[in-house]
Design a protein. Structure first.
Length: 625
């Protein structure tokens, strides 16, 4: 262990606003939105505190449409796309709407102006339909984007066809509201020919439909840390930022009129290849490197004003196992491996009903838990100093220091290096000054190889269905028992390092000594005592699922009652609707919980608890039919 590092955060010195710019994830294909597994995932994702993930970027949404032509007119069956978007909205998520897909194979040539106008009309019909379904304010909060990675082989219509397609997208949106944000190209290769073609078109070209300069509201790219491989290649996270800055420099030199546009990296992952299995995807290393990449973008691009970098999204909401690039571990009989290159839409093979789909279980992985912790950060960056100076790109110790609205601080300590097998520990004395005098709650939450690590718990469990000898069954059960799943679900939640401390900050200062492992993610919350109990949660919804073995399960999700920091939730049940008993084993940061094998006729309730032990009134769900 190296010499203790002293870090001083001054919560009274606000440096700049802090936009939680990483609140997105994605997956493919779109028909997964119609499956019970994804619906349960979205309940968890939408339940992250403070909209920790807000946007969902999904490939092939338009493949959910069926098209029929008659007498020169095209009619679309919207029912499946309606259901897919309803699932997002129901779980408080918003589409990062890729205008991607081909309804019934209708579109074959984007240099055919009749087809270009038909695509324009499809985009207009889409917006009009969902304005009618969800309201204009909701749709204005979405992003619209070009088809995914046109430079990776999915696009087969050439550069001219691509710019025509882009013009049709813009014209289709403009027919309803020119303020709807449209961007692209979401390319996978740095400064690829199709990226350059779109920049030229939007800088000096004219729309093939309107004869006017096409608008471009943001520029999206995909930069990742290392190529896809079944080997454990070492990600190079700094190179993600380096290549993003290459794009910024290219725009300044060749297209200065576009250089001030927002920059988006909406597939910003440590490694290509979501199906490739690497055990670190299920462990603390993944949580740490997600946070590390966010910190690098903030420190190297946003803080110095190198570019208007506004949005970062991981591409990790696929359904898969511990080792795949996913934020849940799936247990069940189905194979969800087909996603992009190998994907072919087959709407006849969907199993959308809970009773007809095979039973399954999901366990949250540290990658999702990292998003829970980061979601507690405040909206203002405050001053920080360290002795010795921090070297995030060297030894991997980094900090995101923020001030909370109403007082207090939320601080992320990141200890992450790109090398997969490095370990160690750093002693840190964290001092937070500039606080109001009085009582404060000090809460430390941790993800590392010991805490919030359900995969390690799973590896240690016995597989009672697969014994190897008379002495002991092997570990890592393929189908854990109900008791084992309960153990995994306890381990999946953000872990309190120790009970919340109540500290008197008479001089406006608190300090704490923290042993910071490598890799790890530690969230430090320092919250003032407002002497006000938390508000009750609202809108408690209970959904029915079938777990492995066919057992009945209930997925609960609810809305927070207020935005106080350091709020935890408790889930309770009652057999008579009056006397409630807590069934959640640990404090919950997110507003979602899965209950296994509930008794018949059970009633559910949730309540909030603050850092000082005060509890809200109960929010009781309606009686189940």
């Amino acid at each position: 262990m190296r010499e203790r590092t002293r870090i001083i955060v001054d919560a009274s010195q606000a440096l700049r606003p802090f936009n939680r710019f990483w609140r997105g994830t994605g997956f493919s294909p779109a028909e997964l939105l119609l499956e019970p597994e994804m619906r349960q995932m979205l309940a968890h994702i939408g339940g992250l505190p403070n909209e920790g993930i807000r946007f969902l970027r999904v490939h092939y949404l338009y493949n959910l449409l069926s098209a029929t032509s008659s007498a020169g007119r095209v009619e679309y069956d919207w029912s499946l796309l309606d259901r897919a978007l309803d699932v997002m909205i129901e779980h408080r998520l918003k589409p990062f709407f890729e205008l991607m897909g081909n309804p019934s194979g209708l579109f074959t040539d984007y240099e055919d102006m009749d087809q270009v106008r038909l695509w324009r009309d499809l985009v207009t019909a889409t917006v009009e339909r969902y304005v009618g379904r969800y309201g204009m304010d909701e749709v204005r909060s979405w992003y619209f984007e070009t088809t995914n990675e046109a430079d990776s082989g999915w696009w087969t219509y050439g550069e001219k066809g691509y710019t025509n397609y882009y013009d049709a997208c813009v014209a289709g949106l403009d027919a309803v509201d020119p303020g709807l944000p449209m961007g692209g190209p979401g390319t996978a290769r740095t400064l690829s020919p199709i990226f350059r073609a779109l920049m030229v078109h939007c800088d000096t070209g004219v729309s093939c439909l309107t004869g006017t300069k096409p608008r471009l509201d943001y520029i999206s790219i995909h930069e990742k840390g290392v190529n896809g491989s079944v080997e454990d290649l070492t990600p190079n996270t700094s190179a993600i930022v380096d290549r993003t800055l290459l794009v910024v420099d290219y725009l300044k030199r060749h297209h200065p009129s576009l250089a001030g546009l927002p920059i988006v990296n909406d597939e910003c992952d440590p490694q290509l290849g979501w199906t490739d299995r690497h055990s670190w995807h299920g462990k603390a290393y993944y949580a740490g490197i997600i946070a590390k990449i966010i910190e690098q973008h903030d420190r190297r691009i946003i803080a110095p004003g190198a570019a208007d970098f506004t949005f970062l999204s991981n591409d990790h909401a696929f359904i898969g196992g511990w080792g795949q690039r996913t934020i849940f571990a799936y247990f069940g009989p189905r194979n969800f491996g087909k996603a992009q290159w190998e994907h072919k839409t087959d709407l006849g093979k969907l199993a959308t009903d809970v009773d007809t789909a095979p039973p399954f279980e999901l366990i949250k992985k540290p990658g999702l838990t990292s998003m829970e912790l980061l979601a507690t950060l405040g909206d203002t960056v405050c001053a920080v100093s360290a002795q010795p100076a921090l070297d995030p790109d060297g030894d991997g110790l980094a900090i995101l220091p923020t001030r909370l609205e109403g007082g207090g601080a939320s601080i992320t300590l990141i200890h992450s290096v790109d090398a997969i097998n490095r370990s160690g520990r750093t002693a840190v004395r964290l001092e937070v000054s500039g606080l109001a005098a009085g009582r404060h709650g000090l809460c430390l939450l941790r993800i590392d190889d010991e805490f919030s690590n359900p995969m390690e718990v799973w590896e240690a469990q016995h597989d009672e269905s697969n014994p190897r000898g008379p002495w002991e069954p092997v570990g890592a059960p393929r189908e854990p028992t109900e008791a084992q799943f309960a153990e995994l679900r306890k381990a999946q939640e953000p872990a309190l390092l120790h009970p919340i401390s109540i500290i008197e900050a008479e001089d406006g200062r608190v300090s704490v000594d923290i042993d910071v492992p490598l890799p790890s993610l530690t969230q430090v919350l320092v919250v003032p005592d407002t002497d006000t109990p938390p508000a009750a949660p609202t809108a408690l919804v209970v959904e029915r699922y079938r777990g492995l073995g066919g057992r009945e399960e209930r997925m609960l999700f609810w809305a927070p009652g207020d935005a106080q920091p350091a709020i935890f939730y408790e889930v309770l049940t009652s057999s008579d609707g009056e006397n409630f008993t807590q069934v959640s084993a640990v404090p919950l940061l997110s507003t979602a919980f899965l209950h296994m094998s509930p008794p018949a006729g059970v009633r559910y309730a949730v309540r909030a608890r603050d850092a000082f032990g005060r509890r809200s009134p109960l929010c009781i769900a309606p009686a189940q039919g």
